[in-house]
Design a protein around this ligand. Structure first.
Ligand SMILES: Nc1ncnc2c1ncn2[C@@H]1O[C@H](COP(=O)(O)OP(=O)(O)OP(=O)(O)O)[C@@H](O)[C@H]1O
Ligand SMILES: [Mg+2]
Length: 247
């Protein structure tokens, strides 16, 4: 098994002295290709920061990120953008769909950016929409969708370009219990059926139970003492770990 992602000694200090804030103090983490990992931590613990560093949207203060075998620090800004586009799909709490594009245009956007022809984009997008139950909504605009439909659109978009790694930042944070469950099942399937790697950051214990492993971000580091192994974790086990770590 090879790692799709390797993070070593990652440090992130936000801002400048005297108001500098050290958010990550040396995070080590590895994700095997085709696995589903979850990192849990309280609000403000640096989960989103970690994903920004992994995707090259932000630069670490120290340490390294290796994505698909490439050290991000060794790439220039343009090459980093290309690598992110090719390797990473992002799923956000607030969906980040483009409001003036329809569902099918949003999903096809990564392919259009990759320079694919209109017919290639259509051929790739239609089955994704059908699969995620949004085929009938293909001409709707984001403001006409339910939260669950918006998130399924954003997952379809994250998959459209064939990126092997999906980074999910609180993907159910804005959804009802039922729509959130549906989205988590979808993410699990994306791993099992499509062989994509998923890295989920969340403080939702229910969501964590879908992962192959659950780790905890505490005081700027990922705890090496407490790792939960799934899939099919009991939600009580997650609650127990959170309580033990006082988070
Ligand atoms: N670009 C930035 N500049 C300065 N400070 C930042 C920046 N981004 C995040 N921070 C700070 O870093 C800390 C960690 O933020 P981050 O968004 O990574 O936390 P989080 O774990 O994702 O929280 P939440 O669960 O609320 O989403 C917070 O105190 C935040 O204010
Ligand atoms: Mg966050």
């Amino acid at each position: 098994m090879s790692a799709i992602l390797r993070v070593e000694g990652l440090v992130k200090v936000h801002g400048q002295e005297p108001s500098a804030q050290t958010v990550l103090r040396g995070v080590d983490f590895e994700l095997e290709a085709g696995r589903f990992a979850c990192v849990m931590g309280p609000s403000g613990s640096g989960k989103s920061t970690l994903l920004h560093l992994i995707s090259g949207l932000d630069e670490p203060t120290a340490g390294r990120v290796e994505l698909a075998g490439r050290d991000l620090a060794r790439l220039g800004a343009a090459a980093r953008t290309v690598l992110r586009r090719e390797e990473v799909g992002y799923v956000f709490q607030f969906f980040h769909l483009l409001p003036n594009l329809t569902v099918e245009e949003n999903v096809g956007l990564p392919l259009a950016i990759q320079g694919r022809s209109a017919s290639e984009v259509d051929a790739a997008v239609a089955p994704l929409l059908a699969r995620f139950g949004i085929g009938a909504r293909s001409h709707a605009f984001p403001h006409q969708l339910s939260g669950g439909e918006m998130q399924r659109t954003s997952i379809a978009r994250a998959l459209a370009g064939g990126q092997p790694l999906l980074l999910c930042d609180e993907p159910t944070g804005n959804l009802s219990q039922k729509a959130g469950l549906e989205v988590m099942r979808t993410l699990r399937e994306v791993c099992d059926r499509d062989g994509r790697s998923v890295l989920l950051v969340t403080h939702n214990p229910r969501d964590a139970t879908f992962a192959d492993e659950v780790r905890f971000l505490v005081d700027g580091e990922i705890s090496t003492e407490r790792v939960l192994r799934g899939p099919g974790l009991a939600v009580e086990a997650v609650h127990e770990a959170l309580a033990a770590l006082a988070i």
